[in-house]
Design a protein around this ligand. Structure first.
Ligand code: AMP
Length: 547
């Protein structure tokens, strides 16, 4: 398929804010996409990889150089146009327009070509890889029309501005291939890949089952006001420590093991120790198991999340990291076993199966658990989990199936204080005086459907190191800058502590946080995992109840 058709689609999507109109435009396009459907659907989400997987890894600065090179402009001209438009996509378009007036008529760019060049970017590492990345994008831009250039650049930097969220893609696939949105959603939750789901829908068969090495979107928990409420919610509750760590989903087939994060990123490289633990201590040919990883000291005592965070971020010198920061995997579920999905089996059976296949030791063990209806016992267990430095407890319904990608209330989480919120950084302001080199006040937002609604600003709780680290992460994500305020592509999630939630007409979410402060950066979470305005509303109600 010609890429120009996709660029026309992007333009149509950009020109309307109406969700139903976007869905209809997409559905019409999907219907006509034939054999390109997987790639087209993926690219209509603005990416070439399923959400949460690889980043294309090209920073804004490098993109400016690429635009200069392909349009035959100077870097100064790129910077000047960028200042005027506030958007690198439009910058490329404007500069290419000037160039095209001189040299018209190069080859036709196809969706397949754009897809394959972009897909190669994250695979390139090591010496000379930057140059090779530049070449791959320059090759595309030099064959692109100005409009195509706008969207290629936006795809590379990850900011399409076409307002197409997951829900719209789901509904468009359903409409195009006459399926129920629910069926499409279920397949997506199991496979985590809209391209694949659309290919299946086009063939007419949406039956998706857990597959080895295809990470499954994880099941999530709702908050409960207190332990009592949670215990009363289920006939057969299982009470389990809620560890303050990092969720892993381990896939094993014979001697091959791969480890995925909650965002479905592969983290096998960062955790070769976990890979080995699964190989050595799981007595099953094939399985998908889940657990929460925490960092521990040499005596096995839990360490703060920050130590673990260093392990997650580390890309090199892994062996040293493995020695310096030891981990413990606390297992709590098995969702696939020897050729069969266990997702529809009740937790009771899954927990029993897990018990059968794991050879426990101090680094690879079952999550601390009791099965009880007795509130007093549960309360003691809860207090003990807190004493161990963990977050609280999970109360799980033993009769419930595994619901991928869902927060449906079969798992309830209980934490002692006002629960911290995971919010998305959507903007930031450059500091003053000593802080002028840092983005030092963050504009935060919570999710509401496909939108992100602001909940106010946060400017305290940072150490200088954290400011440095955050600025480094946020700078490449700046989409637009007006005076000292930068609009940030929503990718970074931070955990915020606060004293109270207040109703506030000032912010689009309708809520503001009193004394918000940074607790930590959540590298393990994507904006899709951030808290919603509904969560805040619920916490607001709980806060009232507690008072
Ligand atoms: P939250 O991020 O607050 O929605 O809580 C859900 C997360 O708690 C999961 O994604 C896990 O990473 C983590 N967690 C810690 N302990 C457990 C446990 N025993 N069972 C399930 N999830 C757990």
């Amino acid at each position: 398929m010609q890429y120009s058709k996709l660029a026309d689609l992007y333009e149509k999507l950009e020109s309307t804010a109406k969700k139903l109109e976007k869905r209809d435009v997409l559905a019409e396009f999907y219907k006509k996409s034939d054999s390109s459907i997987g790639k087209v659907v993926m690219m209509s989400t603005g990416s070439v990889f399923p959400a949460g997987s690889l980043d294309l890894g090209l920073a804004r600065g490098l993109m400016k150089k690429i635009i200069a090179k392909s349009s035959g402009s100077s870097l100064d001209a790129v910077n000047k146009t960028f200042k005027e438009t506030g958007d690198l996509g439009l910058t490329a378009e404007h500069l290419m327009q000037k160039k095209k007036q001189v040299s018209l008529g190069s080859h036709v760019l196809t969706v397949e070509k754009v897809f394959s060049n972009l897909k190669e970017l994250p695979n390139l590492t090591g010496k000379g890889s930057q140059e090779r990345k530049v070449d791959l994008v320059v090759e595309l831009l030099s064959h692109a029309s100005p409009k195509e250039a706008r969207y290629i650049v936006r795809t590379v930097i990850g900011g399409m501005r076409i307002g197409v969220a997951e829900g719209i893609v789901r509904d468009a696939i359903a409409l195009a291939f006459e399926k129920e949105p629910k069926e499409v959603e279920h397949a997506f939750n199991v496979l985590g890949d809209f391209g694949l789901v659309a290919e299946m829908a086009q063939k007419g068969d949406l039956k998706a089952d857990a597959k080895l090495f295809q990470p499954i979107r994880v099941m999530l928990a709702e908050s409960a006001a207190d332990l009592k409420e949670a215990m009363e919610a289920f006939k057969e509750p299982l009470v389990q420590t809620k560890y303050d760590g990092f969720r892993v989903q381990c896939h094993k087939d014979g001697n091959k093991v791969r480890v995925f994060s909650r965002r479905l990123d592969e983290v096998t490289h960062q955790f070769p120790d976990i890979e080995q633990m699964v190989k050595a201590n799981v007595n099953a040919k094939q399985c998908i198991i889940e657990g929460e990883v925490i960092a521990v000291d040499s005596k096995g005592n839990p360490q703060p999340f920050q130590s673990l965070s260093r392990r997650i971020q580390r890309k090199h010198d892994i062996d040293k990291m493995v020695r310096d920061i030891q981990v413990q995997v606390n297992l709590f579920d098995v969702i696939y076993l020897n050729g069969k999905s266990l997702m529809n089996n009740p937790l009771k059976e899954r927990w029993q199966e897990l018990k059968k296949i794991i050879k426990e030791n101090k680094s690879f063990c079952f999550a601390d658990t009791i099965e009880t209806n007795d509130y007093e016992k549960a309360e003691k267990f809860y207090q003990n989990s807190l004493k161990m430095g963990q977050e609280g407890v999970m109360v799980k319904n033993l009769s419930a199936s595994y619901q991928p990608g869902k927060r449906v209330g079969f798992w309830l989480k209980i934490k002692p204080i006002m629960e911290p919120l995971d919010l998305v950084v959507v903007g930031a302001e450059w500091g003053e005086g000593k802080r002028a080199k840092w983005l030092s006040s963050m504009i935060l937002a919570a999710r509401s459907g496909s939108e992100l609604l602001e909940t106010g600003r946060m400017a305290s709780g940072f150490t200088e190191d954290q400011l440095e680290q955050l600025t480094k992460k946020l700078k490449p994500l700046i989409i637009e800058e007006k005076e000292k305020i930068a609009r940030i592509r929503p990718e970074i999630v931070i955990e915020i502590g606060y004293e109270e939630i207040q109703r506030s007409p000032k912010y689009p979410s309708g809520f503001a946080l009193r004394f918000p402060r940074l607790l930590r950066l959540r590298d393990d979470k994507s904006p899709k995992d951030a808290n919603t305005v509904k969560d805040i509303e619920k916490l607001f109600a709980m806060q009232k109840k507690r008072k």
